[in-house]
Design a protein around this ligand. Structure first.
Ligand code: FAD
Length: 316
C-alpha cells in the first residue's frame, strides 16, 4: 500500500484518490459510477474520509467494506481522534482490520466549531496518539493472526496548519508522527508549488524520510476554490481567483481550473514528488482529465483482475 518513492526516474508515480462516504442513495449511485471509472486507472489506493465527529462511521465502514469485496481497489481508511474515545477507536481499528483494510490515514480531525470547541471526553489529543494506538492494536492482533504490517499515512501542511505557530513546528510534528510509526504523508491542498517544495526540503533537513505525497484538488470553479479556502484555512492564489472570476461560463472556468491544477501537480512532480493524491469530490471527470494531461494514465497501469465479481457484473 505504501507509495513507492521515485528513484532515478525508474519507479512509477504513485496515484491515489480521495472519496467521501455518500449521504444518500442518489449520491451512492453516482459515487459508484465514479469508483468504476477510477478503478480502470489502477490506482495504488483510494482513501475514504471519516467525519471528525465520527457521525458517518457506519457509511464509511460500509464503503470500505464494499471497496474490498466488490472492486480491485485497495482502500485507505481515514480515522480521526476528536469524535471518538480511545476505546471506541481501538474497536473501529479492529473492525477495519477484520474487514481486510491494510492502510489507515491517522488524523486528529478538525475541532468542533460549536461553542465548546472541545473534542469528545476521553478522545486522543493528536494524530500521533492515533498512530500509536493503531500500532498497539496491530501488535495485539498480529500475534494471533500473523497479519502483515498496516500502512499508516498522516497529514502534512505545505501552507502551515491553521492552529500551528509556525512551519518549523509543523515539521517537528511530522517528524514526531514518523517516529511514532507513520509510513507516508499526504499534504493538505496548496496553491503554490513552492510551498510543497519548501515543506519537503525542511522536512528532509529535519530527518523526515517518509514519502510526502502532494494532495491536489481539481480546481474547477470559483465557488469550489473559495469553499476549499474556507474549509482548510489555506489562502487561494489571488491570480487563480481572478481568472476563475472572469471566466465567461462554467466550461471556461473548468478549463482554467484544470489547467491550474495540472500546472501545480506538474511542478510538484518536477520537484521530485513521489506521486499524486487527487481529492476527487466523488467526481471522476475532472480528476481523470488532470491525470490525462499529466500523462499519468499510461498503459503501464494495467487493470488487474477483479478479486470478486460485483453483483452487477454477474447479472450482466
Ligand atoms: P495533528 O497532527 O494532531 O495536528 C493538529 C494540531 O496540533 C497542529 O496544529 C499541530 O501543529 C499540533 N500538534 C500536533 N502534535 C503536537 C504535539 N505533539 N505537541 C504540540 N502540538 C502538536 N479531517 C477529517 O475530519 N476527516 C478526514 O477524513 C480528513 N482527511 C484529511 C486528509 C488529508 C490528506 C489532510 C491533509 C487532512 C484531512 N483532514 C480530515 C483534516 C485534518 O483532520 C485537520 O487538518 C486537523 O485540523 C489536523 O489533523 P492532523 O492529523 O494534522 O492533526
Amino acid at each position: 500500500l505504501q507509495p513507492t518513492p521515485l528513484s532515478g526516474g525508474a519507479a512509477p508515480t504513485a496515484l491515489s484518490y480521495e472519496l467521501f462516504p455518500p449521504r444518500n442513495e442518489t449520491a451512492s449511485a453516482s459515487l459508484w459510477a465514479t469508483i468504476r471509472e477510477l478503478e480502470t486507472t489502477n490506482p495504488d489506493y483510494v482513501s475514504v474520509t471519516y467525519g471528525a465527529s465520527g457521525s458517518n462511521r457506519d457509511t464509511a465502514v460500509e464503503l470500505l467494506h464494499r471497496l474490498l469485496s466488490e472492486t480491485t481497489l485497495r482502500p485507505l481508511a481515514h480515522l480521526t481522534c476528536v469524535g471518538n474515545t480511545a476505546e471506541e477507536l481501538a474497536g473501529i481499528i479492529s473492525e477495519l482490520l477484520d474487514h481486510g483494510v491494510r492502510g489507515i490515514l491517522a488524523l486528529r480531525g478538525d475541532l468542533p466549531k460549536d461553542a465548546s470547541g472541545a473534542p469528545k471526553r476521553g478522545s486522543l489529543t493528536y494524530a500521533q496518539d492515533l498512530i500509536e494506538l493503531v500500532r498497539r492494536v496491530e501488535q495485539r492482533r498480529s500475534a494471533l493472526l500473523c497479519a502483515g504490517r498496516v500502512a499508516i499515512g498522516v497529514a502534512a501542511y505545505p501552507a502551515k496548519h491553521p492552529e500551528s505557530p509556525s512551519i518549523e513546528h509543523d515539521v517537528e510534528v511530522l517528524l514526531a508522527k514518523q517516529r511514532s510509526g507513520a509510513d507516508f504523508a499526504i499534504t493538505q491542498v496548496f496553491f503554490h508549488a513552492d510551498q510543497y517544495k519548501s515543506l519537503v526540503a525542511r522536512a528532509r533537513r529535519a530527518g523526515v524520510s517518509i514519502p510526502i505525497i502532494p494532495g491536489v484538488m481539481p480546481l474547477t470553479s470559483l465557488r469550489r476554490v473559495q469553499r476549499l479556502g474556507e474549509l482548510t484555512g489555506v489562502e487561494p492564489a489571488p491570480a487563480l481567483l481572478d481568472a476563475l472570476g472572469r471566466a465567461d461560463d462554467s466550461a471556461a472556468s473548468r478549463r482554467i481550473g484544470v489547467a491550474a491544477t495540472v500546472d501545480l501537480a506538474r511542478a510538484a512532480l518536477d520537484a521530485g514528488a513521489p506521486g499524486i493524491h487527487l481529492y476527487t469530490f466523488n467526481e471522476h471527470a475532472a480528476a481523470l482529465e488532470v491525470l490525462d494531461k499529466l500523462q499519468l494514465l499510461r498503459p503501464g497501469r494495467p487493470a488487474v483482475a477483479r478479486r470478486t465479481p460485483s453483483p452487477q457484473l454477474v447479472q450482466a
